[in-house]
Design a protein around this ligand. Structure first.
Ligand code: GLC
Length: 630
């Protein structure tokens, strides 16, 4: 059952399209207490309560014991000292002695979740303003509540089958030949491949919907050449529009008044990759349509996949902030003989604070339906509406194509328009574990087409780390190897043991029929594709605190190895299962294991797959691309 509470005058995020009638505030029960200013709701936790949710946020699968802030942030450090990442997914599920309870706080600005941090026994949800809606969902089990919530927010975006193919990406592929080389080397090593990503280097000076004419002289022919080899190209599309005289997109937007404004009604000037830029006001339907139709530039050339980026929106600086900082730093030149430690810190902090400044997010405005609204109050809707701009027009501009779109920034509601990836992780073993924590929590918030940068985005990967990363990512809908400029090249063919990598890719392609079926089933039936065993076996006390095992679809369980130099791991089986230790789709051993704790030996080239009681492992035939799957 869902109860809806309305506090103040909330902005309609469109997260919920079909809203149930509102209950009076006085009806708020289930142990939830509202503060006098109505900004805060608190709840007393029992010792064993587990808190799921908050989508892609950091920390464990059980979010208890930390603080989380939902304010979409271009955060390149996915470390435990960070409060926010790129997406704001404000649904939590409390599982415990008092039963199961779901709470969705529909507020598009900052919401702080103190989940037993300040007081270990108290959970508080605080919205920055007392203008929000809260949905309280009860049911017989956690899984039932999740299904009810997913029905409430509407059906998730469905990516085409080809989007389950393996994709190679790197910030730094500059021209047609760089991409040809990636494809050639995969083919000559018999490595399956469906996609190559085009990061910002393809653009003409980082201008959206342009190409560097020297690097891509005959783009349509190039797209056709790739298609003939079953390769999809996926360009990156960023939020910020470069300020440049003669750039038609910039000039059209100025003429039509499509950009966000500062307090004086002038275009708000900020910077991202293109340098000085402006931000389209995606909250206005006419701006979305204008931006969406620009994708024709690519779809007319046959491109059918896209990733939206920097759409929190990331602010490298605002023009105003830059001027103030430059003025402040200029005083440093008079202090070179007298600089004390605190002043040094002050100057260092001043420079570091230039990007993504809270004041900057408070200094520009949107005008949905002619109403002026300050950005920070609707901040988390920006990336959502950018992805929506494209998603809403694909049917019209490319009806014959099966398009794929995923975004970096998101808020619940955008799950109906696009998938997401989890942004700039690092080549750390702990970031493999993080994926296991993020997957079910993303699924419950509506995000089914998801995946992480395989191999890690920042820092340098090793052969074994990439293998362990792949052994998780080969189960996720988005399976993309991506890394940052300046990091060790991590295409599979750069490493020694190509045969082992090929085996992993073959296993992925053999699993695609099962994975895609489970993915579609999760969309159609508002289920999780990745289920924590604690939710699947709620009566099992042992299962409740296990965070590194997941059911995948209805038949399988995974328990990947994600520790450096580990030769195996502990596994808890909530029921009897069959363990397949898979070296490839054809080379495996099979062992029957009984319910309970086990240590399993897992070689660096093996993927442990557990098949649930009464189910079987159904593998298709691997292929060099999804187009060639039988
Ligand atoms: C951002 C994206 C990353 C991309 C880079 C350059 O950091 O998250 O994936 O490679 O921008 O476009």
């Amino acid at each position: 059952m869902t109860e809806r509470y309305v506090f103040g005058t909330p902005f309609d995020t469109e997260a919920v399209l079909d809203k149930p009638a509102a209950s009076p505030e006085s009806a708020l029960g289930h142990g939830l207490k509202l503060s006098a200013d109505k900004k805060k709701v608190s709840y007393d936790l029992d010792k064993d309560d587990v808190i799921y949710g908050l989508g892609e946020s950091l920390h464990g699968m059980n979010k208890r014991g930390f603080v989380y802030k939902t304010f979409n942030t271009d955060q390149t450090k996915h470390n435990e000292d960070q409060y926010s990442l790129y997406g704001s997914h404000t649904f939590i599920l409390i599982e415990g002695a008092k039963g199961s309870l779901g709470i969705f706080t529909d507020y598009p600005g900052l919401v702080t979740y103190d989940l037993g941090f300040t007081d270990k026994d108290v959970l508080t949800i605080t919205a920055e303003e007392a203008d929000y809606e809260m949905y309280v969902i009860t049911g017989k089990s956690g899984l039932e509540i999740i299904t009810e919530f997913r029905k409430l927010i509407g059906k998730s975006y469905k990516a085409p089958l080809w989007a389950f193919g393996y994709g190679q990406s790197r910030w730094g592929y500059k021209c047609e030949d760089d991409i040809r080389e990636v494809v050639r080397r995969h083919k000559e090593n018999n490595l399956p491949l469906d996609a190559v990503y085009m990061d910002i280097d393809y653009m003409d000076n980082y201008k959206d919907f342009t190409l560097n004419p020297e690097a891509f002289p005959k783009f349509k022919e190039f797209v056709d050449e790739m298609k003939a080899q079953h390769i999809h190209l996926l360009p990156n599309v960023d939020a910020a529009i470069k300020i440049e005289d003669g750039y038609d997109m910039y000039e059209e937007g100025v003429k039509e008044n499509y950009y966000c404004k500062d307090e004086n009604g002038e275009d708000f000037i900020m910077a991202a990759w293109p340098g000085k830029s402006v931000l389209p006001d995606f909250l206005r339907p006419e701006v979305r349509r204008w931006f969406g139709l620009k994708y024709r530039f690519f779809t007319d050339a046959g491109v059918d996949g896209f990733w939206n980026d920097m759409n929190e929106p990331a602010l490298f600086y605002s023009l105003k902030g830059l001027k103030e900082t430059a003025e402040e730093i200029s005083h440093l030149k008079d202090k070179t003989d007298t600089l004390d430690l605190y002043s040094l810190w002050h100057y260092l902090d001043t420079m570091n604070a230039l990007a993504n400044k809270p004041e900057d997010y408070r200094s520009f405005y949107h005008e949905p339906e002619g109403k002026k609204i300050r950005h920070d109050r609707v901040h988390n809707l920006y990336g959502y509406n950018m992805a929506r701009a494209a998603s809403e027009v694909f049917e019209e501009i490319a009806p014959e194509m099966e398009t794929l779109i995923f975004s970096r920034a998101s808020y619940i509601g955008s799950h109906r328009y696009a998938g997401i990836w989890t942004g700039d992780n690092s080549s750390f073993y702990s970031h493999i574990e993080l994926i296991l924590h993020q997957l079910p929590n993303l699924n419950m918030c509506g995000y089914l087409y998801v995946g992480a940068d395989t191999g890690g985005f920042a820092f340098h990967t090793s052969e074994n780390l990439l293998k362990r990363f792949m052994q998780v990512s080969l189960f996720t809908p988005l399976f993309r190897n991506h890394c940052a400029l300046g990091c060790r090249e991590q295409e599979i063919y750069r490493f020694k043991d190509i045969d082992a990598f090929r085996n992993l890719l073959n296993l992925r392609y053999a699993l695609i029929p099962y994975l895609y079926k489970s993915y579609v089933d999760s969309i159609e039936n508002n289920k999780l594709m990745f289920t924590p065993i604690g939710l699947a076996f709620p009566e099992d006390k042992e299962a409740r605190h296990i965070e590194d095992q997941l059911l995948v679809g209805d038949d399988l369980m995974i328990a990947p190895v994600y520790k450096a130099n580990a030769s195996g791991r502990d596994v808890y089986l909530p029921e009897d299962m069959t363990l397949y230790l898979m070296k490839s789709d054809k080379d495996f051993t099979k062992t029957e294991l009984s319910k309970g704790h086990h240590f399993i030996n897992v070689d660096i080239d093996e993927v442990p797959i557990f098949v649930r009681k009464g189910k079987s492992l159904t593998l298709g035939k691997p292929a060099m691309s999804t187009a060639e799957l039988e």
